[in-house]
Design a protein around this ligand. Structure first.
Ligand code: URP
Ligand code: ZN
Ligand code: ZN
Length: 467
């Protein structure tokens, strides 16, 4: 045994216990009381501390080319370094093939870019921006290459039509795959954008008003109907509105395999941020909504409803892990955000969060708003289960990868750009006070974050082929 974490409280989604955690060869080999170290074992005393599975952030955009002029600020090195320092031990990013490009070639290119830089394990989702017979055929090969899910959009230049949606969902159902969906009604938001700009309403507040609650809700309801029609398993990314959430919950209650994710920015801020002088920094799509939506999202985070949904793609039936919290980490530096200071439609979309996800949700647990088990379920166990990373990721148990976070519930922390680890020159989380903070992160048994310091290295992370 190389590592023994002693005297901590181990938190899993299903429960917690006072236990030691023994690690060897990058794996957890046992969890239980009074484990004795070997002669070569490094012993870490976790008295008074929590021992958690690393978070699994299934929605990041490192090195994403956005529009014609911008690239998201964190590359695979800085992004995964920041992730590690926030207790995230696995990320799933995206392949975004060009129109006409082979999906497998695009996947290989993305892996070649990421492999030398990643500090933690990673996987990829396959984005689709066009649908034709060749693409539908290639979807099968993508799955055999370890990428069993696809991402499609109802808006942006690379959106699909309803007909293309149905073809994709039908094929995904045939392949037992999952389709992630960015849902906002393109026609409605485009009409509003054009009108606001023509009326000279150009500041970031109009980003929100052009994509308000009903624009997202309409699209969420539409894609749920398409999913019901085709029987496909879908996962609505970055859900931000109350009415869309209601539609998801209704479909889940009816037994449809429909998952949803929200993000910390939708749980913490409201649309009022778009009235601030730094409003451009909060521009993301869908935009952050009003208080009613925030309250509804919190209710879903808290209640942890479990509906019995048949997850045929896993060939098992279990109580639904319907909901996750991930980040949609896609920050742009101030100079890029400034590009849209006179026209909100020119602001590159996206905010940061990969280093804030777990500390934020765990702080909410520490304050008593949710249980620590629920925080682990939302940020680690559920995403690992939905995206086929379990049983290696998402739990502290024998046989799992030793992706472990040690958390100090007594350490207070105030987020500032200065104590974050990515290269971005601001943070939307500036000044946010957290109760408790991760103090150590291990990936496959290697210490990569220690009390404020990044101790990992690029290239340590591995591509995780999922099936
Ligand atoms: O504003 C956002 N969310 N940017 C990243 C791309 C996306 O839509 O997820
Ligand atoms: Zn999106
Ligand atoms: Zn995204």
């Amino acid at each position: 045994m190389n590592l023994l974490i002693k005297n901590g409280t181990v938190i899993n989604a299903g429960g917690s216990s006072a236990a030691d955690v023994a690690v060897d060869g990058g794996k957890i080999i046992s969890v239980g009381p009074d484990i004795e170290p070997g002669v070569q074992t490094e012993v870490v005393d976790a008295s008074g501390l929590l021992v958690l599975p690393g978070a699994v952030d299934v929605h990041t955009h490192f090195e994403l080319d956005f529009g014609w002029a911008f690239r998201s600020a964190d590359d695979f090195y800085n992004g995964t370094k920041a992730a590690a320092c926030g207790g995230v031990t696995t990320v799933i990013d995206f392949v975004t093939p060009e129109k006409g490009e082979s999906l497998i070639e695009a996947l290989d290119k993305r892996k070649a870019l990421a492999d030398p830089k990643v500090c933690i394990d990673y996987s990829l989702h396959m984005g689709l921006s066009e649908v034709n017979d060749k693409i539908l055929d290639e979807m099968g090969d993508v799955i055999t290459h370890g990428v069993p899910d696809f991402k499609i959009f109802t808006t942006y230049a690379f959106r699909l039509t309803d007909d293309e949606f149905i073809r994709t969902l039908t094929r995904a159902k045939e392949l037992n795959s999952l389709v992630m969906i960015h849902a906002e009604d393109h026609e409605e938001l485009e009409a509003k954008r054009v009108r606001f700009i023509s009326e000279g309403k150009t500041d970031a507040w109009y980003h929100y008003l052009s994509r308000p609650e009903e624009v997202e809700a309409k699209s969420v309801k539409n894609v749920i109907e398409l999913a019901k029609k085709t029987g496909a398993t879908i996962y609505i990314v970055h859900l931000a509105c109350a009415e869309g959430l209601k539609a998801v919950e209704e479909a889940q209650r009816q037994g449809y395999p429909i998952y949803a994710e929200t993000c910390p920015q939708y749980l913490h801020f409201t649309s009022d941020v778009y009235k601030r002088p730094d409003a451009r920094n909060f521009v993301c799509s869908p935009p952050i909504k009003g208080q009613e939506s925030q309250d509804a999202l919190w209710a879903a985070v808290k209640q942890g409803d479990r509906y019995s949904v048949s997850f045929s793609r896993n060939e098992t039936e279990y109580l639904s892990p319907c909901f996750t919290v991930a980040t949609d980490h896609c920050p742009f530096n101030s100079s890029d955000k400034d590009y849209g200071k006179d026209d909100f439609t020119m602001i590159p979309n996206g905010v940061m969060g990969v280093e804030n996800l777990y500390p934020y949700m765990l702080s909410k647990a520490n304050e008593g708003q949710i249980s620590f088990e629920r925080a682990v379920e939302l940020c680690s166990a559920n995403p690992a289960r939905i995206f086929k990373l379990s049983p290696r990721k998402g739990a502290i148990e024998a046989g799992a990868d030793a992706d472990i976070v040690i958390y100090d519930p007594g350490k207070n922390f105030t987020i500032s750009q200065k104590n974050m680890h990515s290269t971005i020159d601001y943070t939307i989380w500036e000044g946010t006070k957290l109760k408790g903070y991760p103090i150590k992160t291990y990936t496959r048994g290697n210490l990569i974050y220690n009390n404020g310091e990044f101790t990992g290295k690029p290239g340590h992370g591995r591509f995780y082929p999922r099936s």
